[in-house]
Design a protein around this ligand. Structure first.
Ligand SMILES: [Zn+2]
Ligand SMILES: [Zn+2]
Length: 262
């Protein structure tokens, strides 16, 4: 099964992606210019999240005064050790993620990883050894999209910094509705029981070896919106492995984290 998946991955990377690029030549996701997926002008328009963030959840715009935590994290610590993102989820960054996720442009995984490689390298470098994984999607979603964008991004990021290939640590056991528009309780209810540890955590010698060597887990996703999904996946992974989790995403919804009014 694993070798079949590898063969399929090789076929897509080596044959299908170049073929698709010939039939559908690259166009800038931001302005439509041909011959590149992101032109220099649109690349310059990406807005980095920057260093002024909550030290726990990565919420943008939290200064370095005090403990450096946002109001939500002071009220209740997240399940993950930290969460950090590279670009605000707006403009060309938002278009990149949307085309990567919904338009079948799997090839964009490499571009996203290239843009996020320095920050990812810094995070992975905080550990002597780390297991890299991704936020799972439901099998039916991956089937209809052709891939799970978080898994593709995790693989491309690991490759870009010379880290070992990601391992599957969690699965999504049922489909869930959109988190957006739900209140805190609704988000929690929507996700209850939606994720479970991957059988690989116990049955795959390769995954067990990787976990035994690792001091922590880096969980990759495309965008951090409310944080409810990564918090739930972290809970499942830490419960199964005993390891702390750091969340890494390409995009960050600027107003995504609901700040408690206190
Ligand atoms: Zn452009
Ligand atoms: Zn926070």
């Amino acid at each position: 099964m694993s070798s079949a998946r590898n063969a399929l991955g090789w076929c897509r990377t080596s044959v299908l992606d170049p073929l698709l690029a010939t039939v559908f030549p690259p166009r800038c996701v931001g302005c439509g210019r041909f011959e590149t997926y992101l032109c220099d002008e649109c690349r310059a328009a990406l807005v980095p999240v920057g260093p002024e963030v909550c030290r726990r959840c990565g919420h943008p715009g939290v200064g370095s005064g005090g403990p450096g935590w946002c109001a939500a994290c002071v009220g209740e610590e997240p399940t993950y050790r930290s969460a950090r993102s590279v670009f605000l989820h707006e403009g060309p960054a938002r278009r990149l993620v949307s085309c990567f996720k919904y338009d079948g442009l799997r090839v964009l995984g490499r571009l996203l990883a290239e843009l996020a490689a320095a920050e990812f390298d810094a995070l992975v470098g905080e550990y002597g050894a780390v297991a890299i994984t991704w936020v799972p999607s439901h099998a039916s979603t991956s089937r209809s999209r052709g891939y799970n964008q978080a898994e593709v991004l995790a693989c491309c990021l690991a490759q870009s910094v010379g880290a070992p290939p990601p391992v599957r640590l969690a699965t999504k056991t049922r489909r869930t509705g959109h988190q957006r528009g739900l209140d805190r309780e609704g988000r929690s209810r929507n996700l209850t029981g939606a994720f479970a540890p991957s059988p690989d955590v116990e049955s795959s010698a390769h995954v067990c070896d990787a976990l035994a060597r690792s001091e922590g887990v880096v969980l990759v996703d495309d965008v951090f919106t409310t944080g409810a999904t990564v918090a739930e996946v972290t809970r499942v992974i830490t419960g199964a492995t005993g390891l702390p989790v750091d969340v890494f995403t390409f995009g960050r919804t600027p107003a995504g984290f609901p700040q408690r009014a206190d």
